[in-house]
Design a protein around this ligand. Structure first.
Ligand code: ADP
Ligand code: BMX
Ligand code: ZN
Length: 291
């Protein structure tokens, strides 16, 4: 059986077919529409799923936002071009005429990475540093979603009470300092208007401001990991997202963590499934729900 998996992020929409062995094929990617209109997202999803007609038996979605009872509610609408409410499950069922399972993107990625690590760990936390900062928590082998599907939104915990305003309405959230959008928003002078990818290349070329912006982000993630260890006694952290997986980023997080007292030390791994963790986790979750 093939599952059509879809990953909806603040920057890109990805889709692929996933078979019963979690093998991925026919992967496609398009840009997330920069519009607050639900119609724009629906049109983009229609374009994305069109090539898969007749190729899958069900649809599994990993999406940015709080995904509760099939509805996407943005905690930080800025990440989705201002879009706030979207009937995700219903829309994809209509577009594909297939049953559809929906989950938050970082929760889905956590589930995939847990499957990979399950022989060694039962308590893991996945952190995506991408357009935003998201999280998925596995406790005793169970994915924690919470009564309102809000669990794991660790990007909206406090990093700096004097920090920037976050798109969620709070001040100084981890996401407002560490995310790809935050790195770009803090850039000045020669880096103003550049995106996080360009700022990472500037850092490779020894631009000092770029290096400082990236270290600032990595330090916020390092403190977040220490908080997670204290709250959950999580056994390891898995880092994903294009910023989290960027060259040298994980090492900076690890270096910061090594400076904290030993009770806060935990291994920090790069996502085994890299940019496909959300797709694979959504498919695994859907297959288990449909059993
Ligand atoms: P999404 O948030 O849609 O899941 P990504 O995980 O690709 O997508 O995260 C998008 C963010 O990552 C953007 O801020 C983008 O500038 C940044 N980014 C993309 N590629 C790279 C890269 N190679 N190095 C560093 N940052 C990157
Ligand atoms: C935001 C939030 C989370 C999401 C995280 C990473 C919205 C729209 N999204 O904190 O639900 O998991 O970003 O999302 O409020 P990504 O787009 O960066 O992958
Ligand atoms: Zn916030």
């Amino acid at each position: 059986m093939n599952i059509l998996a879809i990953d909806i992020g603040g920057t890109k929409l990805a889709a692929a077919l996933i078979d019963a062995n979690s093998q991925i094929s026919q992967r496609l990617e398009i840009a997330t529409p920069a519009s607050s209109s639900p119609q724009a997202l629906e049109e983009a999803l229609a374009q994305l799923v069109a090539p898969y007609q007749g190729k899958a038996q069900c649809v599994a979605v990993a999406s940015t936002g709080i995904i509760d009872q099939g509805i996407l509610t943005a905690l930080n609408p800025d990440n989705l071009g201002g879009l706030n409410q979207f009937p995700l499950q219903q829309t994809l069922q209509r577009l594909t005429a297939l049953p559809c399972t929906v989950l938050n993107d970082a929760q889905a990625a956590a589930w995939a990475e847990y499957h990979y690590l399950a022989d060694r760990f039962k308590h893991i936390t996945f952190i995506t540093v991408s357009t935003g900062v998201g999280g998925g928590v596995i406790i005793n082998g169970q994915l924690l979603t919470g009564p309102h599907a809000f669990a794991g939104h660790i990007g909206h915990t406090l990093a700096d009470p004097n920090g920037p305003c976050c798109g969620c309405g709070r001040t100084g959230c981890v996401e407002s300092i560490a995310s790809g959008r935050a790195i770009a928003a803090a850039a000045q002078n020669e880096l103003q208007g550049k995106d996080a990818r360009q700022i990472f290349s500037a850092a490779q070329n020894d631009n000092l401001q770029a290096k400082r912006l990236i270290i600032h982000s990595a330090q916020a993630i390092c403190q977040l990991i220490a908080n997670l260890k204290a709250i959950l006694d999580t056994e390891c952290v898995v880092l994903g997202g294009s910023v989290g997986l960027a060259q040298g980023y994980r090492q900076q997080v690890e270096e910061g963590l090594a400076l904290l007292p030993p009770p806060f030390h935990i291994p920090v791994f790069a996502a085994h499934y890299k940019h496909d963790a959300g797709l694979i986790g959504a498919a695994l979750f859907a297959a288990e729900q449909n059993q």
